[in-house]
Design a protein around this ligand. Sequence first.
Ligand SMILES: [Zn+2]
Length: 78
Amino acid sequence: MAPMKCPACDSEIPDQANACPHCGRALKAAPIRSLSGKLQAIGTILVAVSILAMMAGTWWGAALLFPGAAFFIIGRVL
Ligand SMILES: [Zn+2]
């Protein structure tokens, strides 16, 4: 793969870099992608835990389902 160029200082940056090693500018694409993956993972865990909790008859299972679904949807949309 061809190296990317820093939008701030125009230096070449390795593909996997989250920030420019020359000027320190954060590169947007990678952090957002990893954030959405994390949100989706958190949402999946929350939904799974809340469903298990609801089956066990606990009140906080239903309370957890809504933030869990919200995290999951936000993670998918990002
Ligand atoms: Zn730079």
